[in-house]
Ligand binder design. Structure first.
Ligand code: GNR
Ligand code: NI
Length: 166
């Protein structure tokens, strides 16, 4: 099932996600729906926050062939070093792209869709995407890193778009 994606500046994007206590069949169904929603969008990642579910769940697939789904339940950054700057976009901020500075190399600890713990050390686009998605889980959107001027312009544009939509 394809889920609706919240769009900035929706205040529900600011909610803090709660940890998943047990990876149940319901959670696995949600993970499947999130993956389907991400691929359909299309996007390379999706956080549960973006579909208005405030649980610590992320799906990512940065492969060009869209056949390498990575599921992170209760992700925690255990290590970060270096710097990277990628042009980022967000399914919750359609049509806007800008460069964001983040750690270049990270180690993330999480559980997979079976509840099995794992650790992943990575860099490049995947490291950027993990950080972008983990931000969503604490109510942060990549545009929060922009200069106040850029953010003000974007907020004005988003409000205008919302006015037209209703
Ligand atoms: O599809 C997405 N592309 C992207 C590009 C650069 C950096 C991060 C991302 S994540 C984004 C999907 C999304 O909004 N995830 O929250
Ligand atoms: Ni995003």
């Amino acid at each position: 099932m394809i889920l609706d994606i919240l769009e900035y500046p929706d205040s529900r994007l600011r909610k803090i996600a709660a940890p998943v206590a047990v990876v149940t069949a319901d959670i696995r169904r949600l993970v499947r729906d999130m993956a389907q929603t991400m691929y359909a969008a299309p996007g390379i990642g999706l956080a549960a926050t973006q579909v208005n579910v405030h649980k610590r769940i992320i799906v990512i697939d940065v492969s060009p062939t869209h056949d390498d789904l990575k599921v992170f339940i209760n992700p925690e950054l255990v290590f970060a070093e270096g710097e990277s700057g990628y042009e980022e976009g967000c399914l919750s901020v359609p049509g806007y792209y800008d460069k964001v500075r983040r750690a270049g190399r990270i180690t993330v600890r999480a559980q997979d869709e079976r509840g099995e713990p794992f650790e992943l050390t990575t860099d490049g686009m995947l490291a950027v995407c993990v950080q972008h998605e983990m931000d969503h889980l604490v109510g942060k959107v990549f545009v929060d890193y922009l200069s106040p001027l850029k953010r003000a312009r974007l907020a004005a544009k988003a409000r205008k778009k919302q006015r037209i939509a209703v």
